[in-house]
Design a binder for this molecule. Structure first.
Ligand code: SME
Length: 168
């Protein structure tokens, strides 16, 4: 697969999500290793949208543990129900936080983070179970909308199985 993304010259997020989806699918299609795939998906999202921080936390026992990411250093472990990530895991749904300072319990890995979206990755064999979350932080307040939720959920629906081991 090509190791470069081809993107339209626009800031329109809908157009970018549309262009990105088949390229992300191609990016992970030939690779079975979930860490490699998480790494490239995080990079693709950061390159496409210029987000401040993009990465995955994996469910390991009772905690989320930091996985592949792009951006500044981040906290490594987050408990169930803690912060935006732990809450998205608990509620098993995407959370959009327009202003992190107004989210009770938000975990500030970086003081530059202003808004955040967290999208769960569901177990390929049991869709009620969360196996990881995709966390994206912006340095701008109110940077995420329905468009981002739809675009990111669609990507993870299509390639979620490539972000987890094939046999569990
Ligand atoms: N802000 C997140 C923690 C992870 S960092 O932003 C990378 C949270 O509240 O869960």
């Amino acid at each position: 697969m090509a190791e470069q993304l081809t993107l339209p010259p626009t800031d329109d997020r809908e157009a970018l999500y549309t262009a990105l989806l088949p390229q992300v699918e191609a990016l992970v299609a030939g690779e079975s290793d979930p860490v490699a795939n998480m790494a490239n998906v995080a990079a693709a999202l950061r390159v496409t949208f210029g987000f401040f921080w993009v990465g995955f936390y994996r469910v390991v026992g009772e905690e989320l543990v930091l996985g592949p990411f792009q951006g500044p250093l981040a906290c490594t472990r987050i408990g169930f129900g803690r912060g935006v990530c732990g809450q998205a895991w608990n509620e098993r749904r995407t959370l959009v936080v327009p202003d992190v300072e107004k989210f009770p319990g938000h975990i500030a890995c970086s003081s530059a983070s202003r808004s955040e979206i967290v999208v769960p990755v569901f177990n390929r064999f049991d869709p009620r179970q969360v196996v990881a979350v995709l966390d994206i932080d912006s340095d701008r307040v109110n940077d995420f909308s329905e468009r981002d939720r739809e675009g990111l959920e669609r990507i993870l629906e299509r390639i979620g199985e490539k972000l987890q081991h094939e046999n569990k």
